[in-house]
Design a protein around this ligand. Structure first.
Ligand SMILES: [Zn+2]
Length: 219
């Protein structure tokens, strides 16, 4: 699974180990671009969809305090995230977005876990990208907490590594830990903001499908 890639031109799923171009449309695979869009789509589906749904369910049933570590989103969910973001940030038509989502779904096997409806995912992603103003404030603050916690993990690991190099009283350096948390907050904010400055990466995706979708519109 780790080497599976989604062709950003024709939405074919292929094995990166085997080929450097898409085996169906022969578009060159741009691994850097793939990682940039997949990384942002991961955050959008993880925090804006999976965590949102979990905390909405909880808060509706009266539990406002429980926090969870949810399983990372599957490759398929990340691919669907790239797909809806190509519409939200990249300006792809919703007919094209639905066609891409349909191709991704058609390539799934029966054993794959069910995926959310593309309109649900679009709505959640749009809310997330535009600042979550319409989300219940209790759900929103739970999501923001998750964003910060996830950003904090690598910064705290760095701080722990530094603390371990201290000769004495290694845990007695609250400033170092406070700095790590402040840097994590900065990382989280920068990454969240980078969503909107990443429009160009999401523009012009699905070049091999645009004509076919436009034609079926006219027909
Ligand atoms: Zn392709």
């Amino acid at each position: 699974m780790a080497h599976q890639r989604l062709c950003l031109a024709c939405a074919t799923i292929f094995d990166l180990e085997a080929v450097a171009v898409c085996p169906v449309c022969t578009s060159r695979h741009d691994e850097d671009l793939y990682h940039r869009v997949a990384d942002l789509a991961h955050d959008v589906v993880y925090h804006g969809h999976l965590y949102r749904r979990k905390y909405e369910d909880n808060i509706t049933s009266g539990d406002t305090r429980a926090r969870y570590l949810l399983v990372e989103p599957s490759d398929v969910l990340v691919w669907l995230g790239i797909t809806v973001l190509s519409g939200i940030l990249g300006g792809a038509s919703w007919d094209l977005v639905r066609a891409v989502a349909g191709r991704i779904r058609n390539s799934l096997s029966d054993t794959d876990t069910p995926t959310p409806d593309v309109d649900v995912l679009r709505n959640d992603a749009e809310e997330y990208v535009t600042g979550m103003a319409n989300i219940d404030p209790a759900v929103r603050s739970a999501i923001l907490e998750e964003i910060l916690v996830h950003a904090a993990a690598p910064r705290l690991a760095e701080a722990v590594a530094l603390l371990e190099t201290h000769d004495s009283a290694p845990v007695n350096d609250p400033e170092l830990v406070a700095d790590a948390i402040a840097m994590a907050a900065k990382d989280a904010l920068e990454k969240y903001r980078s969503l909107r400055s990443s429009k160009r990466d999401f523009e012009g995706l699905w070049s091999q499908l645009q004509d076919a979708v436009a034609k079926s519109d006219r027909g």
